[in-house]
Ligand binder design. Structure first.
Ligand SMILES: C[S@@+](CC[C@H](N)C(=O)[O-])C[C@H]1O[C@@H](n2cnc3c(N)ncnc32)[C@H](O)[C@@H]1O
Length: 314
């Protein structure tokens, strides 16, 4: 049986153009499963370029409230401008979703109808050399989404002990050549510090088998693993999952979109625990993944998985 969004040949909402810097993934599924209603109070933990938020804003209307968080001040201010006339009351905070409870308590936000987190990075962040996230655009080896973090990717590749570096690549990036890459980086940094994304990508490629044409770049996993470590991504998600249930109202829904097997595992386990103690129903027994059509039009969506849970009515 086809799910509702699989009937559609076109995206439900065609409001995103490249000038917004990012195409929101699984957009019709987010709207369908999180079901924002007029007047709802909704939290978007990762407002990014505001793509999901704009579609949610249309649903909750002028009587609704949209609370938005992002650690990246540039994305936050872009989203603020994009959303300020969209209808709902908008309350935006430059904050890490790991500190959800603190932010919501200080802002005196009561119970929420919907919580959304679309993890990872937006396309414009990957493409901007400022963030140093991309192996195809040279830039300083930084990778911090939050400019206030004190440790960059360059600090890590130039100072971590070889074994720790290998563990980071293996645990966060599922990189089976983690030891070989760590050895290469440690040898290279004895001669000269590794300071740019191009240098790092070149060193990784130099010690791995050549990629088949059409295969992913051999540096992909290293870059993902370092980014996750620099930004504490798994730790932040763990904190979000601890805090989120107490902020939902009965019947409220939470949706998390992840792009990494370690993240999806954390979400799956947390939702299972919430269901087991009777507080939640899991609405997605299997994660929701993009249609072929979406993957073809937005290759970045390929690894996306969304899980949704609903708090039971008392
Ligand atoms: C995939 S993008 C979100 C895109 C957004 N849904 C849209 O439609 O434009 C992820 C965003 O989350 C932000 N982010 C990542 N980790 C975060 C965290 N721990 N707390 C708050 N924001 C975070 C990133 O800076 C980025 O802007």
């Amino acid at each position: 049986m086809l799910l509702p969004w699989e009937h559609r040949r076109k995206p439900l909402l065609q409001m995103d153009t490249p000038q917004h810097g990012h195409v929101p993934v699984l957009l019709p599924q987010v709207i369908e499963l999180l079901a924002p209603q007029p007047g709802d109070m909704v939290l978007d933990c990762t407002i990014g370029r505001g793509g999901h938020a704009l579609a949610i804003a249309e649903k909750i209307g002028a009587s609704g409230t949209l609370v938005g968080l992002d650690v990246d001040p540039d994305n936050l201010s872009f989203a603020r401008q994009r959303l300020e006339k969209s209808g709902p009351v908008c309350r935006f905070f430059q904050a890490n979703f790991a500190r959800l409870s603190e932010v919501l308590a200080v802002a005196k936000i009561p119970a929420l109808a919907v919580i959304l987190a679309d993890l990872g990075v937006s396309t414009n962040q990957i493409l901007s050399s400022r963030h140093g996230l991309s192996f195809s655009h040279d830039g300083p080896l930084d990778m911090r989404l939050d400019p206030e973090l004190d440790r960059t990717a360059a600090d890590m590749v130039n100072h971590l002990p070889e074994k720790t570096l290998a563990d980071v690549l293996y645990n966060n990036g599922d990189e089976r050549y983690s030891r070989r890459i760590a050895r290469t980086l440690v040898r290279a940094r004895k001669t000269k510090a590794i300071t740019t994304t191009a240098e790092l990508a070149q060193l990784v490629r130099s010690c791995l088998p050549h990629a088949r044409s059409g295969a992913i770049d051999p540096a992909t996993r290293t870059f993902q693993a370092l980014r996750m470590e620099v930004n504490h991504e798994l730790e932040n998600l763990t904190e979000l999952l601890k805090a989120a249930p107490r902020w939902l109202r009965p019947g409220g829904r939470i949706g998390i979109i992840s792009f990494h097997s370690g993240e999806d595992r954390l979400v799956k386990q947390a939702f299972r625990n919430w269901a087991a103690d009777g507080r939640f129903n899991v609405l997605t027994p299997k994660p929701v993944v993009p249609t072929e059509l979406e993957m073809a039009s937005n290759p970045r969506s390929r690894s996306a998985k969304m899980r949704v849970a609903r708090m039971r009515m008392e």
